[in-house]
Write a protein that binds this ligand. Structure first.
Ligand SMILES: C[S@@+](CC[C@H](N)C(=O)[O-])C[C@H]1O[C@@H](n2cnc3c(N)ncnc32)[C@H](O)[C@@H]1O
Length: 415
């Protein structure tokens, strides 16, 4: 049987595509308008990627009838930290390009990926609109919020995965393999994943190290890191215990007769208030000064903690004060596109290679561009290992004998 085929939109440097390729798919055509990402893609995956803005590319220039269309449509406008009505950001409507190409090319399946923040945009209406647009062009669509840590990726990374098909097949999501519950493998810690590079001198050029498994020499590419670790940030002047503030806020919230959800609604947040009322060293948080004052108006609490919570000063981030110091013996936090975190054990940022390893790119995958552009490519990517697991699920469905259900050939005019 011929390999199933893929057309890939918003391909970036190719994390998702590489996963599909490793699972046995043949990528026919890919596209991105980020030049460095396209160069990286060409070097590592293939020449089939086209550099250009998808809004300017006609469907006639895209191969017909691929088995699958992939698309991690852009997420910049989805940041929940951005309170300026991100739902109006034009970048949020690029998913319509994916709908357009799917409608014109009629793949059997499609797979899309996006950040968790997309789920709460416009109180969840935005995601509903996306799903209904995919359904309108004839696809049976399902989505799930998955944490890549449960699939063998050594990193907490929550993403929305949308799968759709028009052949009456099942939209199968991969099974969890890793986690802290019985029967699952324990996720790898940062130390276990990138510990071997901790003391290796970082540089732009490739370097050789001895592979601890085989004992043979191997080349390490892109072990290049920023060494600036003393940025400044706004921090609290006084030490405050999150547990104390949490107890205090809970007391006043109960007294005022509010539930957490009501507080979220009053702030227009998705889940933030929950973190203020959660006594937890990992996910509990103390409101920032603006939120504190607003909360005080709502709950009417006294002045006990006002000074401690709201007095802010400029502080230096140093190697020792980096939050990441805790992450050495635990899985890493999400690798992001806007830059790398301070290394938990070395006075430098995580290197390009270390971020790539945490995103499960193979050691042979070489990135191109300036250091920031490489971090963007890696932080944007779908972890290769996770993509491969999704790809296997789709491939199994494609290989099953055709279901008795009728195939939808519905095609709609998309504006
Ligand atoms: C989240 S990233 C996708 C990463 C990719 N799925 C991977 O696994 O590596 C989104 C990509 O969309 C690209 N993009 C954004 N707007 C675009 C447009 N109008 N045309 C083509 N590509 C675009 C960005 O350059 C970025 O690489």
């Amino acid at each position: 049987m011929n390999s199933p085929t893929v057309v890939s939109l918003f391909s970036g440097c190719g994390g998702m595509d590489l996963g599909f390729k490793k699972a046995g798919f043949d990528i026919l055509w890919a596209n991105d308008f980020f030049k460095d990402a396209v160069t990286t893609y060409r070097k590592n995956i293939g020449n089939h990627i086209v550099l250009g803005d998808i809004t300017q590319i006609s469907s006639d220039d895209i191969p017909d009838n691929p088995d699958v269309i992939l698309g991690g449509f852009p997420c910049q406008g989805f940041s929940i930290a951005n309170s300026k009505k991100p739902e109006y950001d034009q970048r949020n409507f690029l998913y319509k390009e994916m709908v357009r190409v799917i409608n014109d090319k009629r793949p059997k399946f499609f797979v899309a990926e996006n950040v968790k923040g997309m789920m709460s945009l416009n109180n969840g209406q935005f995601l509903k609109d996306i799903i209904s647009d995919f359904r309108d062009v004839g696809y049976n669509v399902e989505y799930k919020l998955l944490d890549m840590i449960n699939y063998g990726v050594p990193q907490t990374r929550k993403r929305v995965i949308i799968i759709g098909n028009r052949i009456g097949a099942e939209n199968v999501f991969p099974k969890e393999s890793h986690g802290y519950e019985k029967g699952l493998k324990k996720p790898l810690s940062t130390k276990e994943t990138i510990g071997h590079l901790c003391k290796v001198h970082t540089r732009e050029e490739p370097l050789k190290i001895k592979d601890s498994n085989s004992g043979k020499e191997k080349t390490v590419y892109n072990h290049w890191a920023k060494t600036k670790i003393d940025d400044e940030f706004w921090g609290r002047k006084y030490n405050v215990s999150q547990f104390d503030i949490c107890d205090y806020l809970k007391f006043w919230r109960n007294k005022a007769g509010y539930g957490t959800k009501q507080i979220d609604d009053l702030f227009g947040y998705a889940y933030t208030a929950g973190h203020w009322f959660r006594k937890d060293n990992n996910s509990g948080s103390i409101p920032n000064p603006d939120d504190w004052w607003k909360l005080k108006d709502i709950l009417g609490f006294d002045d006990k903690y006002d000074k401690q919570v709201t007095t802010m000063i400029r502080k230096k981030i140093t190697y020792e004060t980096s939050l990441r110091i805790n992450n050495w013996d635990e899985p890493n936090d999400t690798i992001i596109a806007t830059g790398s975190e301070i290394h938990p054990k070395s006075p430098r940022r995580l290197s390009i290679r270390e971020c790539a390893i945490l995103q499960t790119f193979p050691d042979t995958f070489k990135f191109t561009g300036k250091i920031d552009a490489m971090h963007t490519q890696i932080g944007n990517a779908v972890p290769v290992l996770f993509a491969k697991k999704v790809a296997k699920c789709v491939k199994e469905e494609l290989e099953k004998p055709l279901s008795m259900k009728p195939q939808s050939s519905r095609r709609k005019t998309v504006n």
